[in-house]
Design a protein around this ligand. Sequence first.
Ligand SMILES: *Cc1c(COP(=O)(O)O)cnc(C)c1O
Length: 349
Amino acid sequence: MNIDIQKLLRPNILRLKPYSSARSEFKGDASVFLDANENPLNPPYNRYPDPLQHQVKEKIGRIKGVPSDSIFLGVGSDEPIDLLYRAFCVPGKDNVVAIDPTYGMYEVCADINDVEYRKVKLDTSFDFDPEQLLAASDKQTKLIFICSPNNPTGNSFSEEKIEKVITGFHGIVIIDEAYIDFSSYPGFARKLGSFPNLVILQTFSKAWGSAGIRLGMAFASPEIIAVFNKIKYPYNINQLTQEHALKLLDRNEERIDWVKTLINAREKLALELSGLSYVEMIYPSNANFLLIKVDNANELYNYLVNNGIIVRNRNNVTLCSGCVRITVGTAEENEELINTLKTYKTTVG
Ligand SMILES: *Cc1c(COP(=O)(O)O)cnc(C)c1O
């Protein structure tokens, strides 16, 4: 399918003349910077950061096999999610489609931007039918969100099904790969060149162990990346975050070890949970968390809170009644959780 990204854009964004910062107008080398009204007396954080984060993108590009001009960096994944709405969806007119249940931010951003959010319920195996997603869309549908591995269900979707959505849709398809490092699937970054309407979201918050620095990545065609760059806050990624990311990206081997450790811990945790009488189901996980179904999720949640352990109660989420979501912690944390869970039925009810 031939996709004209410019035609998909909101007319005001297409027309927009973006803010041009001092640091983005100048290109090349210099030693005296008198262009941005900074205070020269308090280095090193007195200077504005690189608005396009060239060094960070180059390192990410080498690890991910994605060219720099196909990378956008945002304040968490939250930023590219919001920018997608602001770039493509006319408030009160356009709509988006997403699987249900999934990550809550897609709907919150839709509500903030006054964009209709259409949910297509997964089946009881937490899987979707591409035809159903496409059937839920119409001329005013600009975005389709697919999260794989999905949060909170933990499963990955088949590449073939995802590709059917990408190739069958006239708008932008977003694959949120926040948990891709924990997955047995390779992810879509390697196929970026084949799909001009694809946006892949990844993050430093999970496998990279850096939720505190608020850094998210979007991979897409240079044309879509240029749209994000046009409408983002000029200096969205601060200097401290960029410096942290540059050091972090040199520790890729460690990240791979962290992922192995957490996957092993996830499997051990699943085994131990399966020995508890009130655990009815442990859903297969391709992520760093487990979704489990218990006989009384609210009661179990409160019991754990009273014992200083916080899990995510998903009891009121579509298809997740009776479920809690448990993030894989350190060996010590997981052991404390299991020990507390073992005393649950003897102390409550
Ligand atoms: C945790 C998570 C993210 C990460 O969000 P950040 O804003 O990058 O911290 C993105 N998508 C999903 C589905 C998540 O679960």
